[in-house]
Design a protein. Structure first.
Length: 177
């Protein structure tokens, strides 16, 4: 799991007992700090490249308007966007946007969605309901069951290699409001 700094702060506020060491066995949490602290010299592993090699599927849920714009523009200023920039687009990459209705309906968002669609990124569209900002409208992240179903369908189409487990890194970008 790769998280952004705002999400880390949110997790710590909501669940103060949560830390990397308290995660269930087998779940690794990677942060921007890990990206920069693991590389010291030429020849050292570069985290975003290693994660990109390791993952069979990438799921970004929720995808904020900010991260959507970064991906569409090719920016890579954090761990998540570096993974996306290095991603092998022959592997599935899913995004589940979450943002205010006005942001979702913005012409920039439409352009950004067209750009990521050209890369083969799979959109799991937002839904209409009460948003984090209190407004009611389209822009809420799809239900986790819908995200799961979309990913599971993609898994069925992947060639099976018993020597390798399926890995689904998830980033929890803070929804924009």
């Amino acid at each position: 799991m790769a998280t952004s700094e705002p999400v880390q702060e949110s997790l710590m506020l909501d669940y103060p007992q949560r830390s990397k060491s308290s995660l269930p066995s087998g779940i690794a949490l990677y942060t921007d700090d890990d990206e920069w602290s693991t590389w010291k010299k030429i020849g050292d592993e570069v985290l975003h490249i290693e994660l990109r090699k390791w993952a069979d599927i990438l799921v970004i849920a929720p995808l904020s308007a900010n991260t959507l714009a970064k991906i569409a523009g090719g920016l890579c200023d954090n761990l998540l966007t570096c993974i996306v920039r290095a991603w092998d687009y022959s592997k599935p990459l899913f995004v589940a946007p979450a943002m205010n209705t006005l942001m979702w309906n913005n012409p920039f968002t439409e352009r950004h969605l067209q750009t990521i669609n050209q890369l083969g990124i799979i959109l799991i569209p937002p839904v209409t309901k009460r948003l984090a900002c209190g407004d009611y409208g389209n822009g809420a992240m799809a239900e986790t069951s819908q995200i799961y179903t979309s990913v599971r369908l993609a898994c069925k189409t992947l060639p099976h290699d018993s020597s390798r487990s399926l890995v689904i890194p998830v980033s929890n970008n803070q929804p924009s409001s």
